[in-house]
Design a protein around this ligand. Structure first.
Ligand code: HXC
Ligand code: NAP
Length: 292
């Protein structure tokens, strides 16, 4: 199987400048590392400079590329503007904004305070809006084409119990993706989204599967392909979507989840539990029902 191998040609992102929010950890760090290998200049942002600085060093040593780590709380439009200007100073006008920063935790909704709900909406939905507005306005003013890639989740379409603020926020980001794809297409700005299924990271697993939950609620069992995602396969998809090779893809959301969300949706999918040897008998019964 080749799914955990790098996919694109070595110059696929040559001379592109990519800004990744939440780029110092988890999936953001993995995607950034791959973009560097494909020739991109990279800016990574989050709230913790020590984490960013360490990640930037590691990424540069691994790839030989250039990484600018910048502290930025996506909830604050002024800090976002500062990132845009520091990026321009270092690398010139950015080409890609990857909205990846997120906050999340599991909780019965009735246990949430108004502030707990807002804290997720502020990071995920309003943070994405703050970044997209700043970068989009700049691209439009400068007549510079650009690409926005938003990392959402599959429960942006289905909703999900126990992560309701995140579901509301990611659903909003999906609406933003499809709306701006149409409105900003005329400026040469493409807007797409990726909806990942389970891709183990420290940040997500600590907040969503704390303690023994990781064993009891094993994601592999929910996925038709019976495995979780490998970071490289998400990186391959993200690199393609921000590269010029996907120049006609605009307003799409691509799920990369091994079929997980559809498994939950199909009314008869539970028949998976029927042992193979029972099917002869069931077929006989259904065939006999013809005349009744
Ligand atoms: C109930 C909680 C809570 C919990 C925090 N709060 N944790 N309420 N249950 N477990 C409440 C607090 O009491 C407070 O409300 C409010 O939320 C804000 O909390 P703070 O700690 O002040 O917020 P902040 O420091 O901004 O931290 C944000 C955070 C934290 C989201 C709470 O977890 C964080 O920094 N996360 C960043 C990384 C992250 O979450 N990564 C996972 C992404 S995974 P009150 O009323 O008390 O003031 C992901 C995957 C999706 O999205 C799909 C996976 C398959
Ligand atoms: P992660 O490592 O916790 O990444 C979240 C990042 O967001 C962190 O670097 C965090 O850094 C940053 N962040 C949080 N609040 C911020 C703020 N206010 N301002 C700026 N940055 C902030 O988790 P991950 O699993 O890699 O998640 C990455 C993305 O994938 C998220 O959008 C998540 O929803 C999505 N996703 C993940 C999975 C999965 O299975 N892992 C599945 C579906 C979707 P600081 O806290 O230091 O600021």
């Amino acid at each position: 199987m080749m799914y955990n191998q790098p996919m694109l040609r070595a110059d696929a992102l040559k001379d592109k400048t990519v800004v990744i929010t939440g780029g110092g950890t988890g999936l953001g760090k993995a995607m950034g590392t791959y973009f560097l290998k494909l020739g991109a200049n990279l800016v990574i942002t989050s709230r913790k400079y020590d984490v960013l600085e360490k990640a930037a060093d590691e990424m540069e040593n691994k790839t030989g590329g250039k990484v600018l780590p910048l502290v930025c709380d996506v909830r604050d439009p002024e800090q976002v503007e500062k990132v845009l200007h520091q990026t321009i100073e270092k690398f010139g006008t950015p080409d890609v904004l990857l909205n990846n920063a997120a906050g999340n935790f599991i909780s019965p909704t009735e246990r949430l305070s108004a502030n707990a709900f807002s804290s997720i909406i502020d990071i995920v939905l309003k943070g994405t809006v703050n970044c997209t507005l700043a970068f989009g306005k700049h691209w439009i003013k400068e007549k510079h084409s650009g690409t926005v890639l938003n990392i959402i989740t599959t429960y942006a379409f289905t909703g999900s119990a126990y992560v309701v603020p995140s579901a509301c926020a990611k659903g909003g980001v999906l609406a933003l993706t499809r709306s701006l794809a149409v409105e900003w297409g005329k400026y040469g700005i493409r807007t797409n989204a990726i909806a990942p299924g389970p891709f183990p990271t420290k940040g997500a697993w600590e907040r969503l599967l704390p303690g023994d939950l990781a064993k009891k609620f094993d994601f592999k069992n929910r996925v038709p392909l019976k495995r979780v995602g490998e970071h490289q396969e998400l990186c391959n998809l993200a690199a393609f979507l921000i590269s010029d090779f996907s120049g006609y893809i605009n307003g799409e959301v691509i799920s990369i989840d091994g079929g997980e969300w559809l498994q939950g949706a199909g009314q008869f999918n539970g028949l998976e539990a029927i042992p193979a040897e029972m099917w002869d008998m069931l077929e006989q019964i259904t065939r006999n029902a013809k005349g009744s």
